[in-house]
Design a protein around this ligand. Sequence first.
Ligand code: FES
Length: 127
Amino acid sequence: MALYSEKVMEHFLNPQNVGVIEDADGVGEVGNAKCGDIMKMYLKIDNEVISDVKFETFGCASAIASSSMATEMIKGKPVAEAMLLTNKAVAEALDGLPPHKMHCSVLAEEAIQSALEDYEKKKNKSE
Ligand code: FES
C-alpha cells in the first residue's frame, strides 16, 4: 500500500486556500516542537460564518494536505461548527494518514482553534 492516500497527494500537490488574509478577523499560529513544523491560519468571519480562510504551512506533506483539507471543511461554515472540527475528521476526509503522521492533522485542528479564539477575543474587546 502506498504510504499516502490519493487525497493526501492531491491536497499536497495542489493545496487549496494557501495565502494570507490581510484584514483577518482571527489569526492563529501553532507549531510542533518535535518536528519544527509551523501552521498559520487566517479567518474572515461575517455574521458568525467563515466567509474566507487561508493558511501558510511550513511543514511536511501531511501538514500541508491537512491544512488544505481543514480549510475546505470550514469554509462557509458557522463558527460554532468550525469549533467542533477534529483532527480525526480531517484525517478521515484525507482517506487516512499514516499513524506517525497523525500529529500533522492535529496541527490543523489546533491552528483553527487558535484562530477562532483570537476572533472571540477581538470580538469581545470591540463589544
Ligand atoms: Fe510535523 Fe508533519 S511531521 S507536522
